[in-house]
Design a protein around this ligand. Sequence first.
Ligand code: HMG
Length: 245
Amino acid sequence: MADHNEIVKKHKKFNGVSYPVLVPNAAGLKNALATGVVEEIAVFGAASDAFSLKNVNSNVEDSLKKLLEVTKIALENNIRVRGYVSVVVGCHYQGEVKPEVVAKVAEKLLEAGCYEVSLGDTIGVGTVKTVSRMLDTVLKSVPADKLAVHFHDTYGQALANVLVSIEKGIRAADSSVAGLGGCPYAKGATGNLATEDLLYFLKGNGFETGVDLDKVVETAKWFNSAAGYDKWSRVGAAISAKKGA
Ligand SMILES: CC(C)(COP(=O)([O-])OP(=O)([O-])OC[C@H]1O[C@@H](n2cnc3c(N)ncnc32)[C@H](O)[C@@H]1OP(=O)([O-])[O-])[C@@H](O)C(=O)NCCC(=O)NCCSC(=O)C[C@@](C)(O)CC(=O)[O-]
């Protein structure tokens, strides 16, 4: 977190694109406000004490107290706030996670003024069965249009989990180009569900997203060459190979 001021100040901004920054506490909000260019922040809680202590050095309850305070001040400064709940299905340190805890954290973040709460299967262990059970509990107290889902594809279940989320009325899913990302405190977890895989899946099932899949694949190609990576999603690799053929 320490160097994010440099990143916020230096990177090129495009109109109509939101650049939220991760803010776990008051120090982070102070930094974000000081840059003067942050329009949206992401506050991230968790549904397991063990993960929360590793991730932000506070248990669920204490971290939530900090996040509610941060959200209040951000809103007073006209900064939008998106909430995240991590480890909503399983936790590397404590194992199974209670859906009731997920629901409680999500409710508190929405009550505080988050415009949406993204439910993160941070270590990617969720299956249709466990994700359904978690969503059924959360949806008892939180409307679907206030929820997003955030799947990591560690065990290849992310798209199936997106489908079951859609069937339950959720229309916002997080993803990352080429499946980059992942949380340093989620041992063994891979990156997020790849945007290319998600776009191909949604389009193939009749959902319009307004996002150009070929341009996302071009972005993955640019990223790999700029960063010296060789990180491809399934769909990105297939489209790239077809173009190269
Ligand atoms: C939160 C802390 C800082 C607490 O860490 P701490 O040690 O309890 O903090 P502290 O208050 O004792 O301060 C220690 C030092 O950190 C500084 N500090 C304190 N706060 C900040 C801040 N916000 N930004 C920048 N610097 C900060 C503070 O100024 C001080 O600097 P020093 O005086 O030693 O030079 C630490 O635990 C941390 O950095 N955690 C973040 C780890 C991280 O990046 N995790 C991944 C986030 S993404 C995620 O969680 C998953 C998600 C949301 O994407 C979705 C999913 O679940 O998949």
